[in-house]
Write a protein that binds this ligand. Structure first.
Ligand code: GAP
Length: 477
């Protein structure tokens, strides 16, 4: 299914709507509907549970902060994309995407000069129009704070900086020493030149980031099992020769000299996707960032890409940020970012390994992975139990029999103690099963006339469609 049809399905099911849909929407902004809001919350909770470890603490920063943070981090000077504007209609397109789509070559990280040279060489136009010279475009949204003119601030383009900017306070109050992590989920804003592909490239989105602080000279021990685990990789060399990804093991990263903590978290997140979110490893690959596309703060970055209908695209990234951010904030604010090594009593500035992913991209991946439609048009959204909007749908066989409804209400109330449960009375039972499958509900519990006699209900499994009679008091999944 293509992305447009999938967006239509998600709208129909109440997963996500264009923001202000009745006004024609607003490019790059989506709202979560009643079902999507539940799935979103479950994805966040699954991620928080995955990171619920003794040396990881949560953090929740503001969206608007002192603009000096963004000057120190380098975002005011460098956080942008190259943009092309057409001469007549002044249509704006993101330069690297335009080059990739028009010439079918990788353009991520190309300089303005390189792009201009390609445009001149191939006499590239957009809808028959020439371009103005290529320009830098800063992606940060600006706002004015207070009643004074010129008090410019920014909506955060990443959640990470609020952690770096508060490093001293977080370290002090959590009483943790490296290796330790700080995780945060929250809104981030980027004034994308061309938002597209439904939830994939948005202007307002959520990030789930972790800044993991380590001793610069101390690695982590990796098990034999981890190192022997197979993984599909598109390396820098593959990209240079336009070759396909190859099957390696995690040992490949060690042989390449990648930081052991970076390898550890790459492995952990990969398995979080496969084991907890139910993503098939066949649809995942790791892509190494080639030198010129590395962000200004990173010395090595690897993405996990998912095979969307519009190609393999980044869902997750893990960067080695070194001490770039802590040093920058120490320099600009005077904050003390050093830590004393208990073993040597020497001070050091921690390095940061950053695993990050966008909530909307994770959701899109999970939804695509779960979606299937058979020849008869029956849709099944095989979401894992941890992510599904409801664990169970309670279905009274008919809606116009008071005693049957009362029994179904009783079952609903009982199950609500432990599970998230929906209650559906409208339409035939077949139609209600189909509706529950489309919503991704793993189990349906049907209360029928026999239930009134024998205290049993029919439990139907979404994925196998098998049905079983179970005593109400034994209902536990
Ligand atoms: N703190 C590092 C950082 O922000 P990034 O690769 O720019 O790195 C992290 O963003 C993640 O945020 C990406 O892997 C992606 O999942 C998500 N993301 C980035 N831009 C996005 C956008 N415009 N729309 C939706 N998700 C986005």
């Amino acid at each position: 299914m293509n992305i447009e049809d999938f967006a239509t399905f998600c709208k129909k099911k109440g997963i996500a709507f264009r923001s202000a849909d009745a006004y024609g929407g607003y490019a790059g902004f989506y709202d979560y509907g009643p079902l999507g809001a539940r799935i979103k919350r479950n994805v966040v909770n699954a991620w928080l549970k995955f990171l619920d470890r003794r040396n990881i603490v949560p953090f929740d920063g503001t969206i608007v902060t002192n603009p000096k943070v963004w000057e120190a981090s380098g975002h005011v000077a460098t956080f942008g994309d190259l943009m092309l504007t057409t001469v007549k209609t002044r249509t704006k397109v993101r330069a690297d995407h335009f080059i990739e789509e028009t010439l079918n070559i990788a353009a991520d990280g190309m300089s303005a000069d390189e792009i201009q040279t390609l445009i001149n060489k191939h006499k590239l136009q957009y809808n028959g129009e020439d371009f103005e010279p290529v320009q830098q475009f800063n992606l940060m949204f600006q706002t004015q704070v207070g009643a004074v003119d010129g008090n410019t601030a920014y909506l955060r383009p990443e959640t990470a900086q609020s952690i770096f900017a508060q490093f001293a306070l977080i370290k002090e109050t959590s009483r943790l020493k490296p290796p330790f992590g700080v995780c945060q989920v929250g809104k981030a804003y980027r004034n994308e030149i061309s938002p597209r592909d439904f939830l994939f490239r948005l202007r307002e989105f959520n990030q789930m980031e972790m800044e993991f602080f380590v001793h610069p000279e101390k690695g982590c021990e990796l098990s034999k099992e981890l190192l022997a685990t197979p993984i599909s990789v598109l390396s820098e060399e593959h990209q240079g020769s336009n070759a396909d990804a190859e099957e390696y093991t995690f040992q490949w990263f060690i042989d390449k000299g990648v930081n052991t903590w970076q390898v550890y978290w790459l492995y952990e997140y990969y398995h979080f996707y496969v084991n907890t979110l139910g993503v098939s490893s066949e649809n995942l690959r790791v892509r190494e960032h080639v030198g010129k596309e590395l962000s200004h703060y990173s010395s090595a970055t690897f993405d996990i890409e998912y095979k969307f209908p519009f190609g393999f695209k980044e869902v997750f990234g893990i960067a080695h940020r070194g001490d770039y951010d802590l040093q920058a904030h120490a320099k600009h604010s005077g904050m003390n970012v050093t830590v004393v090594d208990d073993a040597t009593q020497k001070k050091f500035v921690p390095h940061c390994i950053e695993p990050t992913h966008g909530l909307e991209r994770v959701m899109l991946m999970v939804l695509f992975e779960a979606y299937s439609e058979d020849d008869r048009g029956h849709v099944n959204l095989a979401l894992p139990v941890s992510v599904a909007p409801f664990n169970i749908a309670v279905l009274p066989l008919v809606k116009n029999k008071a005693h049957l409804l009362a029994k179904a209400e009783e079952v609903f109330t009982l199950l609500k103690e432990c599970y998230s449960v929906s209650f559906d009375v409208s339409g035939s039972i077949g139609r209600r099963y189909a509706r529950a499958d489309e919503m991704g509900v793993p189990y349906c519990v049907t209360v029928d006339f026999e239930s009134l006699e024998d205290g049993c209900v029919t439990v139907r499994d979404r994925d196998t469609m098998e049905q079983e009679r179970v005593k109400i008091e034994d209902l536990s999944f």
